[in-house]
Design a protein around this ligand. Structure first.
Ligand code: HEC
Ligand code: HEC
Ligand code: HEC
Ligand code: HEC
Ligand code: HEC
Ligand code: HEC
Ligand code: HEC
Ligand code: HEC
Length: 411
């Protein structure tokens, strides 16, 4: 090693140590063991114990807006109407917390959430209406006709209880009916103790459930211009900005929440994720929603905070074209399956013959993917994961149908 390279190595090493020391000195006070005065005021006895028992919860809570505004542990953990209680170290606390505890202070958000498909319809998509009261069913049906008053899902039944509980409900419990009469979970998006809007604005938070071939929103977003820009510039975004004053200066690139929930530049924040939609894209054949016009206007208003009207109109026109063409393709498959049933070649029971799975994949994976890709800027999903597969599966479907008919006529 030359003198010069030894000198450079020693110099670089010293610089690194100095940087590490500066960095350490700048770490937030919450990372040390000294509780902040705000925090002590807010939490008292619970925290003293729980700093030893479950310290991560304390660290999460300490960073929250709740801690800053003096909301205490007991403000959330206290028993509200209809909840089971337990004695705990000199306190009475609720056995389980639900959306009801949050709604005590955030009734506006709760009411909006109740109107959305994230509430009762999400649970009913798996278990049907059986777990809801007549009143809850009537409320949800007012906003989403047929979304709660329906039988349990046939695929779920075929897969069995453990698949339902750990699988389906791992996502669909966002609309769980709680024992205290409330519905749903706020912590799926905000977490239990950080109660953060920044977290809810991260695409990965929605992507916990909105991913995979049947609803590939996270993947589509990731390849869209929006997703690429966001990932490149996320450290420059002010994700903690208060919703009521969020501007394009805080977030100049949209995430899922910007388009579907946020109050950008004076728009209203909404917890009703249905409010800005115009089609039932999840359906096999996508019809317009009864709220088509107001849904589309509301979403476009968001786009228009960042884009010119002509750009937005062109984008929608093209996406609606993909919906119309996909509908046509799926309708062809629907007619084929119907004729096989009418001719007695297939039973009426779903998911007992292989061709039914092929048909299901056709619309549930590839049809949906093409439509979602078109509306959220994912070219690869419109085409290779969408239309190419639609063409392939349709060809297979026709061939198998023909074979079934030939075998059927031999008997
Ligand atoms: C004297 C110490 C002490 C105090 C005071 C205390 N806790 Fe706890 N808490 C514990 C311990 C110990 C556990 C059990 C941890 C474990 O299971 O590992 C616990 C568990 C819990 C659990 C989980 C209970 C369960 O059954 O799953 C919750 C929730 C909780 N505490 C909330 C609170 C709240 C809210 C307060 C203040 C109103 C509080 N605690 C005050 C020591 C304490
Ligand atoms: C914003 C409301 C909120 C606040 C404030 C809050 N909690 Fe919680 N906490 C929750 C929720 C929701 C759960 C999940 C409970 C459930 O599923 O029944 C929970 C769960 C817990 C658990 C069990 C967690 C586990 O993973 O085992 C403990 C312990 C706990 N909280 C302690 C505290 C303490 C101590 C404080 C104050 C420093 C506090 N909480 C403040 C909402 C809150
Ligand atoms: C005792 C009243 C109270 C309860 C209970 C409560 N909150 Fe809050 N919450 C507040 C206050 C006060 C603020 C801060 C002021 C504001 O933003 O309105 C706040 C702020 C928030 C924010 C905005 C945070 C941010 O980063 O700007 C979220 C999200 C939130 N709460 C979610 C929840 C959830 C989820 C629950 C239930 C698990 C809950 N809250 C329970 C009083 C409460
Ligand atoms: C990874 C999370 C996840 C899992 C696991 C999951 N779903 Fe879903 N499901 C979703 C999401 C997200 C949507 C919304 C899709 C959309 O609108 O594009 C959805 C939509 C649906 C729909 C259409 C909407 C409606 O109300 O009719 C049905 C039905 C459904 N799921 C049933 C099930 C069943 C049954 C299972 C288990 C066999 C299951 N899901 C497993 C996340 C999941
Ligand atoms: C815990 C799982 C979960 C998380 C997290 C989640 N969702 Fe959903 N979402 C669902 C399920 C399940 C459905 C389907 C409900 C139904 O129609 O039955 C859904 C449906 C939707 C719909 C369609 C509503 C309609 O009327 O058809 C939108 C839009 C949506 N979610 C956006 C979001 C956004 C944005 C986020 C993040 C801020 C998010 N979701 C987080 C599970 C989740
Ligand atoms: C640039 C704005 C934008 C972004 C970012 C965005 N979406 Fe969307 N999303 C849309 C539009 C537009 C539609 C179609 C609306 C319609 O039906 O008119 C849509 C449709 C949906 C649907 C379909 C609902 C149905 O009818 O089945 C879901 C679910 C959804 N988005 C979730 C997400 C999630 C999760 C993310 C982030 C990973 C995301 N979106 C990112 C604009 C966006
Ligand atoms: C699908 C994910 C999701 C769910 C579920 C959810 N939130 Fe939110 N919430 C968000 C997002 C995203 C924002 C930030 C909106 C923005 O950027 O303007 C937010 C903002 C908030 C705020 C701040 C509002 C303001 O105007 O300052 C509160 C309070 C809140 N949520 C409470 C709740 C409560 C209570 C529940 C349960 C009833 C809940 N949230 C369920 C995603 C969610
Ligand atoms: C918060 C601001 C914001 C919102 C809201 C938003 N976008 Fe964008 N969008 C951007 C930015 C920034 C770019 C990159 C622009 C550039 O390259 O200069 C972009 C790029 C695009 C592109 C790609 C343009 C290209 O060819 O590079 C399309 C298409 C697009 N947006 C459509 C939409 C639609 C449709 C909506 C509403 C559903 C929407 N955007 C909502 C900020 C936004």
């Amino acid at each position: 090693m030359s003198f010069k390279s030894v000198f450079i190595a020693v110099f670089l090493g010293t610089v690194l140590i100095v940087i590490a020391l500066i960095f350490n000195a700048n770490r937030p006070a919450t990372d040390t063991n000294q509780p902040s005065p705000d925090f002590v005021r807010a939490t008292g006895k619970c925290a003293t114990c729980h700093r030893r028992e479950t310290s991560a919860i304390i660290h999460q809570f300490e960073r929250s807006e709740h801690a800053k505004h003096g909301v205490s542990c007991l403000d959330c953990h206290r028993v509200v109407d209809g909840q089971e209680q337990q004695a705990h170290r000199g306190f009475i606390i609720a056995k389980h917390l639900t959306a009801k505890n949050c709604s005590e202070c955030h009734s506006t958000e709760y009411t909006q959430f109740l109107r959305s498909r994230h509430a009762a319809p999400a649970w009913a998509a798996v278990y049907g209406a059986r777990d809801f009261t007549a009143e809850q069913i009537a409320f949800a049906e007012k906003y989403h006709k047929g979304a709660v008053e329906r039988p349990a899902n046939r695929l779920a039944i075929a897969e069995g209880e453990s698949a339902i509980n750990v699988g389906c409900l791992g996502c669909h419990d966002i609309g769980k009916p709680n024992a205290d009469g409330s519905i749903g979970s706020c912590t799926d998006c905000h977490a239990r103790h950080s109660s953060s809007v920044a977290l809810a604005r991260e695409p990965e938070t929605c992507g916990q459930c909105h991913m995979g071939p049947d609803h590939s929103q996270l993947e589509i977003y990731g390849e869209s211009k929006h997703g690429v820009l966001y990932n490149a510039q996320r450290t420059k975004m002010n994700l903690t900005a208060a919703p009521k004053t969020l501007t394009t200066a805080d977030m100049s690139v949209p995430t899922c929440s910007t388009c579907h929930l946020s109050g950008l530049d004076g728009l209203n924040v909404t917890h009703d994720t249905t409010e800005r939609l115009s089609y039932w894209l999840f359906a096999a054949v996508s019809d317009k929603r009864p709220t088509y016009q107001q849904g589309q206007d509301a979403m476009k208003e968001t786009c228009l905070k960042c884009h010119a009207r002509s750009q937005v109109e062109k984008f929608y026109q093209e996406a609606e074209g993909v919906v119309a063409d996909t509908n046509e393709k799926i309708n062809e498959a629907v007619a084929l399956m119907k004729s096989l049933r009418e001719d007695g070649i297939l039973t009426d029971t779903p998911f007992d013959e292989p061709i039914e799975f092929l048909y299901f994949d056709l619309w549930h994976y590839y049809g949906r993917t093409a439509k979602h890709g078109a509306f959220m800027g994912g070219a690869d999903f419109v085409q290779w994961h969408g239309n190419y597969e639609l063409l392939l599966k349709m060809t297979e479907l026709k061939q198998i149908a023909e074979e079934l008919r030939e075998n059927g006529s031999e008997q």
